[in-house]
Design a protein around this ligand. Structure first.
Ligand code: NAG
Ligand code: NAG
Ligand code: NAG
Ligand code: NAG
Ligand code: NAG
Ligand code: NAG
Ligand code: NAG
Length: 543
């Protein structure tokens, strides 16, 4: 009974929230948050204790600027582990879409760690981080064009594309380094669409040099239907498909539109929450714990060291074949997971954290240990950690069937998961979530509920993975709003717009997951969905 009521509540909240997302999607346009390329530098960080906080702080500072202007630079620290960061959204993105694109960029870029630099090109924005000032660089050995794969040979498209590129480059040099263009293909109802954009840190002559190089290199893509130049100082793209967002123009500033969108969204959200609260009687208040001092963390590390939950680094290294790629199970937001076999034959999953900050790992361990000691049947069990070694490793039970996404999005494996089993997976996930939200000692908001974080045991029962991580990795608990974690497509609109964190964030993601389990389709993943509506939007209109 309890289960069903909970499920209905979740669904209800979800569908009310869908309304706001659909609205947001339509007014806000397309964030084009697909990653085109990520290139990591070839130098390593020196000292993790200095590097990681600098990196995180830079991303935070930039985050605030992105919300205001779609562009940001920041420098944190000095010396070899200083962090210089730059991010920019392309000119046709609304600020709201910019926040979305940046949220994706900052989630993916940490993959470069422990390299001390890297750059990521998405279809809607760019981000780069280094240990030196690179803001004025506009050319480099990694500059390249990425071409599409549909040939437009023998059509007038090529001429139109050339014209559009030249036109846009000229226009961008007149303005602030950004322009878009559309040139009709004679005799058809088609057009060539172009976007050119320099980073705002470049002066005019550098921008010119960058755009000239970039446009020359993408025109080399013709006769293909698409070309994108990923240059050190600029981005240029042409396409036969209209990928451009309509800009909020005609006297209304971007800021105004954002305020309208955000206020409409927030009134809907307030309404939703108001209604939901009537149904959803909160039993436990969220008690914000004070941040533990580093002395406590040190003690904890010592305490752990002596407990049977402590694994030796060398044991885990051996168990995973020195983190051999063949043992790699997957890549998550916080680290890479490897399969391992302990000397006694037990199979385990070892998570190697991207950011191995001892204190935070210990902090995390303490929190999760409280939970795992109760051993809820729908939560992946944490067996221990290696928190004191050269890097932080977490040890989980190994689940042979891996994750739910392998089943529901795969036509043949999907058959194994019949309706009855799917129902059980849904109920199991709900029970695990309720447990996280309502356990009296330490409420945990998961923040990254998605198909790949639901693992299946040998009898295909759901177990939630990765809980507690987002919270433990929060640099500063009082600035939750700026540190958006999560996966695009699953994130609740009020969380994206305001960084407002309540357990409803998980309920929303759960709703998206539910749609995916029922339809077998992924919400808004990948390029295939680039120009079509997301599952959530479709569900909204189908109500
Ligand atoms: C890293 O930096 C911290 C803070 O300055 C320092 O205490 C620590 O000894 C350094 N570690 C290494 C390995 O240099
Ligand atoms: C950046 O890091 C590399 C490798 O750690 C180091 O050799 C270089 O001196 C650093 N650059 C600066 C400007 O400190
Ligand atoms: C523009 O910036 C580049 C790179 O920093 C510099 O070499 C060049 O002198 C600058 N040009 C002008 C006109 O300021
Ligand atoms: C990204 O670009 C670099 C060259 O700049 C290339 O070596 C690398 O393979 C590309 N990565 C992906 C994932 O396309
Ligand atoms: C073009 O690329 C897309 C995605 O990268 C792929 O799905 C498609 O099969 C490719 N088409 C051709 C003709 O190679
Ligand atoms: C014009 O566009 C429509 C769809 O928008 C398409 O069905 C039609 O074939 C196009 N006509 C020509 C001549 O390309
Ligand atoms: C653009 O610049 C890169 C790096 O300097 C160079 O290798 C490439 O040949 C240039 N491309 C064109 C079309 O000028």
């Amino acid at each position: 009974m309890h289960k069903t009521v909970q499920l209905v509540r979740s669904l209800y909240t979800f569908f009310v929230l869908i309304g706001s997302l659909a609205l947001l999607t339509r007014v806000g346009g397309d964030p084009r948050a697909q990653t085109l390329n990520i290139t990591c530098g070839n130098q390593m960080e020196h000292n993790t204790t200095i590097f990681v906080p600098n990196f995180v702080a830079t991303m935070e500072k930039i985050s605030e600027q992105m919300r205001d202007s779609g562009f940001g630079t920041a420098v944190t620290g000095s010396g070899p582990d200083a962090n210089h960061g730059l991010a920019q959204c392309y000119g046709d993105l609304s600020l709201l879409d910019c926040v979305l694109c940046y949220a994706e960029a900052r989630t993916v870029l940490p993959q470069c760690y422990p390299h001390n630099g890297g750059r990521i090109f998405l279809d809607g924005c760019f981000m780069r981080s280094e240990n030196y000032t690179f803001f004025e660089e506009y050319t480099g050995p990694d500059d390249r064009a990425v071409c599409g794969n549909t040939s437009r040979k023998g059509s007038n498209f090529q001429d139109s594309a050339r014209q559009a590129v030249n036109h846009a480059v000229a226009a961008a040099l007149e303005k602030e380094g950004y322009a878009k263009a559309q040139v009709a293909v004679p005799g058809t109802n088609e057009s060539a669409y172009v976007l050119v954009n320099c980073w705002r840190t470049l002066n005019k002559s550098s921008c010119k040099a960058c755009l000239e190089n970039a446009s020359a290199s993408i025109l080399g893509c013709l006769p293909w239907s698409e070309g994108r130049a990923l240059n050190t100082g600029c981005f240029v793209r042409y396409s036969d498909t209209n990928f451009l967002n309509k800009e909020p123009g005609n006297g209304i500033s971007k800021g105004t539109i954002i305020i309208i969108v955000v206020s409409v969204v927030s009134s809907l959200v307030v309404l939703a929450i108001g209604v939901a609260i009537g149904v959803y009687i909160r039993k436990h208040r969220y008690i914000q714990k004070k941040r533990r001092g580093s002395n406590d963390a040190e003690k904890l590390v010592k305490l752990l060291h002596d407990s049977n939950l402590n694994f030796k680094y060398s044991t885990l290294e051996r168990a995973t074949g020195s983190f051999n790629d063949v043992n790699k199970l997957g890549q998550g937001g916080f680290g890479t997971v490897y399969k391992g076999i302990l000397p006694d034959g037990r199979e385990i999953a070892v998570k190697r954290l991207f950011f191995n900050n001892r204190h935070r790992a210990a902090d995390f361990y303490n929190e999760v240990n409280i939970i795992s000691s109760v051993e809820h049947k729908n939560l992946v069990r944490l067996l221990g950690c290696s928190c004191a070694g050269p890097e932080s490793l977490l040890v989980y039970e190994f689940l042979p069937n891996k994750s739910l996404d392998r089943f529901i999005f795969d036509p043949s494996r999907g058959k194994v998961l019949n309706w009855e089993k799917r129902y059980e997976v849904i109920i199991g996930t709900v029970e695990g979530l309720v447990y996280l939200h309502e356990n009296s000692r330490n409420k945990i908001i998961h923040r990254d509920i998605k198909a790949s974080n639901i693992l299946l045991d040998s009898r295909l029962r759901a177990k939630i993975a990765d809980f507690g991580l987002a919270r433990a990795f929060q640099e500063d608990q009082s600035h939750i709003s700026t540190a958006i974690a999560g996966t695009l497509g699953y994130m609740a609109p009020e969380y994206l717009a305001h960084g407002q964190l309540t357990e409803k964030v998980d309920v929303y993601s759960f709703g998206v997951l539910l749609l995916e389990i029922v339809t077998g389709k992924q919400n808004n993943r990948s390029k295939a969905a680039e120009y079509s509506d997301s599952l959530v939007t479709i569900a909204f209109y189908a109500r």
